[in-house]
Design a protein around this ligand. Structure first.
Ligand code: ATP
Ligand code: MG
Ligand code: MG
Length: 355
């Protein structure tokens, strides 16, 4: 089996490497310190864990290599302008938007998009960074360098957020997990819940949309599509051409994790539909030190990224799943007493999703 080089060496690269191990697949996450001698890159399949990676001689070489799967798709999806254009071209629903070229456009922006404008940097934003929520009169909060570098979207009054994680193989066939329900606070994902029997109508709508996108791009590997739920319809928020935080529950809640699924897809290994038999919950650990008391709860799987703990930084996650939703809710209740106050509302949300 060919080795896999991953552009980026954050937690997603780490979890791809972990997923490769039982299959005998060597995975090399490539960070800023990686040297060409230490990496068998000439003979590898190349993938990425993020849309933008640190520029070094090695990463420049990998980024143009013929073995970089989806090489020409990354720059397209990494720019929100090109990503939104693609969604529009395919006729798929998304929050109304436009390029924000200069400050003179504001009256027209508010009259076209409405009272709440969400400005997003075209490149480099994540976890809600590089975004501004602006109402008429608040435009001055936007730095002048944002013009031309941002899109502006209509603020959507959604009743929930979901994401679909799927994978497409070299043969053009795709498989999907059940929709994941996501709770974001201040632009950052706090908690996800997936149910083995998702609501059929949105599941079908989401699968059709993501399949249309992956097919149009001739994409290979795992892709995530984040959506807003508005009434009975899904509106696409954004796409991620990679494994995704909202798919972390699959490490313990599915027969094949999203990380293994991605490796299988890019290496042309069999890609059966992952089996999901139990409800699953994922709790992001954000700026919180590790507490081994979590492990006293039998349903808790700890995934710790070994990163320095800083406020607002994702440093790990907890996965819990069980066929008995009542047992799962009770475990979340006990977990709540072992986590700081800022976790309480998202844990209560997860318990309510399982009810
Ligand atoms: P990620 O870490 O998921 O890549 P990101 O920084 O790329 O995040 P988005 O997914 O665009 O940011 O937005 C983060 C969150 O902000 C969304 O999940 C949603 O809760 C809120 N949000 C974004 N766009 C809108 C919108 N148009 N209307 C209402 N809320 C929005
Ligand atoms: Mg994003
Ligand atoms: Mg997002």
């Amino acid at each position: 089996m060919k080795p896999v080089c991953v552009l980026g060496n954050g937690q997603l690269g780490r979890m791809l490497r972990q997923a490769g191990e039982p299959l005998g697949i060597s995975v090399y996450p490539i960070g800023i310190d990686a040297t060409p001698e230490a990496v068998p890159y000439q003979n590898s399949v190349i993938t990425a864990e993020i849309e933008r990676w640190s520029e070094t001689a090695l990463t420049r070489e990998l980024a143009i290599h013929n073995s970089f799967v989806n090489r020409d798709i990354f720059p397209r999806l990494a720019d929100r302008l090109a990503q939104k254009q693609l969604i529009d071209q395919l006729g798929l629903p998304t929050a109304p938007w436009q390029l924000l070229a200069n400050a003179a456009e504001w009256p027209q922006v508010f009259s076209t998009l409405g009272e709440l404008a969400i400005v997003k940097r075209r490149v480099g934003g994540y976890d809600g960074r590089g975004q501004w929520r602006l109402r008429p009169g608040q435009q001055h909060a936007l730095p002048t360098d944002a013009y031309g570098e941002c899109i502006v979207e209509q603020g959507i009054n959604f009743c929930g957020e979901v994401s679909l994680v799927g994978a497409r193989g070299h043969d053009g066939q795709s498989v999907f997990y059940p929709l994941t329900h996501n709770l974001h606070e201040d632009g950052i994902l706090r908690t996800s819940v997936a149910l083995p029997q998702p609501n059929p109508a949105p599941q079908q709508q989401a699968e059709q949309m993501l399949a249309a996108i992956m097919n149009a791009l001739n994409y290979v590997g795992v892709m995530a599509m984040e959506c807003f739920i508005v009434g009975k319809q899904l509106l696409i928020n954004e796409l991620a051409p990679r494994v995704h935080n909202s798919g972390h529950w699959t490490q313990n809640g599915a027969s094949i994790s999203q990380f293994e699924l991605h490796l299988r897809a890019i290496l042309s290994l069999p890609l059966p539909k992952p089996v999901v038999n139990t409800p699953a919950v994922m709790v992001n650990l954000i700026g919180t030190a590790v507490n081994h008391q979590w492990l006293a709860l039998p349903l808790v799987h700890l995934h710790w990224y070994k990163k320095e703990v800083r406020a607002g930084r994702k440093v790990g996650h907890l996965n819990l799943n069980d066929p008995d939703a009542v047992a799962l809710r009770q475990a979340l209740q006990k977990l709540a007493s072992l986590l700081p106050t800022e976790y309480q509302s998202s844990l209560a949300w997860a318990q309510q999703k399982l009810a």
